[in-house]
Design a protein around this ligand. Structure first.
Ligand code: C5P
Length: 226
């Protein structure tokens, strides 16, 4: 069985996909991590993200693999190096949409994404999972949330366990909101596999629901489809 979870930045896809994977014993595929890995490699090697051909050549040559779960996240390796943290920096956040808008890069990611799902149950998260990668997925979920709430969650997650001054938090939420809106605009407006809600997807607005409530809802949807 394949469960596709698509949605804009910070809508809770990773958290929901992780909990679904845990509860039902599915493998979790984080396709965003793959585009982040391409962006990171380009930044490190000085490859201009506007040079479409150079970025495609780079993407084709990378070996992106997933390791075991660590602190609730699956680790990501590029050419054997653990880049799980390096792909989550603000610099990669700012550059990843440019790498992901490149049609050749997307083509290079497609085969490994499909291969990952061969012979096993998978919950895959991204922007084009239900529309392009797994159009025949048994369950498609489109997860959204109010943009300000998405920015707030991102910032709180970043500072988990720390004490941060309220005014600083507010300023960071404003900055994160602007970044999220910019990334969503690029992801939705690009020509290659834009962020869309597939017609056959179940739309879930996570703004006022807990993770458990959403996973319970997905559990019912899975049961209906089995
Ligand atoms: O999900 P995450 O925020 O890690 O994704 C990072 C970026 O990767 C997105 O903003 C988008 O540009 C790109 N992406 C994509 N298609 C996917 C998953 C992610 O274009 N299936």
């Amino acid at each position: 069985m394949i469960i596709a979870i698509d949605g804009p930045a910070g809508s809770g896809k990773s958290t929901i996909a992780r909990e679904v994977a845990r509860r039902f014993g599915f493998a979790k595929l984080d396709t965003g991590a793959m585009y982040r890995s391409v962006a990171l490699a380009a930044l490190r090697r000085g490859v201009d993200l506007d040079d479409a051909d150079a970025v495609v050549a780079l993407a084709r040559g990378l070996s992106i693999t997933f390791g075991s779960e660590c602190h609730g996240n699956v680790s990501v390796f590029v050419d054997g190096e653990d880049v799980s943290e390096a792909i989550r920096t603000p610099e990669v956040d700012r550059n990843v949409s440019a790498a992901a808008a490149n049609a050749g890069v997307r083509a290079a990611m497609l085969a490994p994404q499909r291969l990952f799902a061969e012979g096993r149950d998978v919950v895959a998260e991204g922007r084009d999972i239900g529309s392009v990668v797994f159009p025949n997925a048994e369950l498609k979920v489109f997860l959204t949330a109010d943009p300000r709430e998405r920015a707030r969650r991102r910032v709180l997650q970043r500072h988990e366990g720390e004490h941060v001054d309220a005014a600083l938090l507010d300023a960071e939420i404003e900055q994160t909101l602007a970044d999220i809106e910019r990334r969503d605009a690029i992801d939705s407006q690009r020509a290659a596999a834009p962020l869309v809600c597939p017609v056959d997807a179940v739309r879930i607005d996570s703004t006022s629901f807990t993770v458990e409530e959403i996973v319970n809802r997905i559990e019912r949807l899975i049961a209906e489809r089995r």
